[in-house]
Design a protein around this ligand. Structure first.
Ligand code: GSH
Length: 211
């Protein structure tokens, strides 16, 4: 199997962390690709041009984080799987909350990367408020004992916080959120975390509007 990723992508990082956490490095080749690039080696496999994308031996490419995690989980015995099933609604809700947190921050970040004259103050304000609200809820979750097992929700939360820390520095996510900060710092030494730290910087500028 081949997992396409980009080093700055918080979604692809979840899949990369899963490969390491599940001990699948001998079965999944992790390949860096380029985004927003018409010559990207990803496009023949995923016309959406997004990561993560998992190319299976038979030629099928599974895209989007959750389906990719499902495929990776299927390679290990049930007790080791990362994605919670519907019989664990609390864990499933935590995963959804952390993944949705990334979605909002990604929109906010993309807006900030536009040329100043194309930025929407309304979108920025909306996403900033969403991120603050979600981070407060995640802080309460962690304080109350949530995200305690290393499952898909934990991977998504650590990836989200790592993205804010390294790439979306407009968001002071750790300020006044000691439980999130402690979880993030405790996670840092775990190999799946330490080996997938994203590069610093916001990412490339969003393409300018063509007029
Ligand atoms: N909903 C998707 C989101 C994946 C996504 O948006 N990935 C970004 C990188 S963080 C991407 O590939 N973007 C391509 C682009 O910006 O053209 C998932 O769950 O995997």
């Amino acid at each position: 199997m081949r997992l396409f990723h980009a080093p700055g992508s918080p979604y692809a990082r979840i899949a990369r962390m899963a490969v390491i956490e599940l001990g699948l490095e001998d079965r999944v080749t992790v390949t860096e690709t380029t985004l927003r690039d018409p010559a990207s080696d990803l496009l023949p496999y995923n016309p959406l041009g997004r990561v993560p994308a998992l190319l299976l031996p038979g030629g099928i490419t599974v895209t989007e984080t959750t389906p990719v995690l499902m495929m990776l989980d299927a390679l290990v015995e049930p007790a080791r799987r990362l994605l919670p099933g519907p019989e664990r609604p609390g864990l499933l809700a935590a995963y959804g909350r952390a993944l949705g947190f990334i979605d909002g921050i990604a929109v906010w970040n993309r807006e900030l990367r536009r040329p100043a004259c194309e930025r929407s103050p309304g979108v920025i304000a909306l996403e900033e408020a969403r991120a603050e609200r979600a981070a407060d809820a995640l802080e309460a979750d962690v304080r109350d004992g949530g995200f305690a097992c290393r499952d898909a929700g934990w991977l998504a939360l650590v990836s989200a916080l790592g993205y804010c820390e390294r790439r979306h520095t407009a968001f002071a996510w750790g300020k006044g959120r000691p439980a999130l900060r402690a979880l993030f710092e405790a996670a840092a030494g775990r190999p799946c975390v330490a080996r997938t730290v994203p590069p610093a910087g916001m990412g490339s500028a969003a393409p300018a509007l063509s007029r």
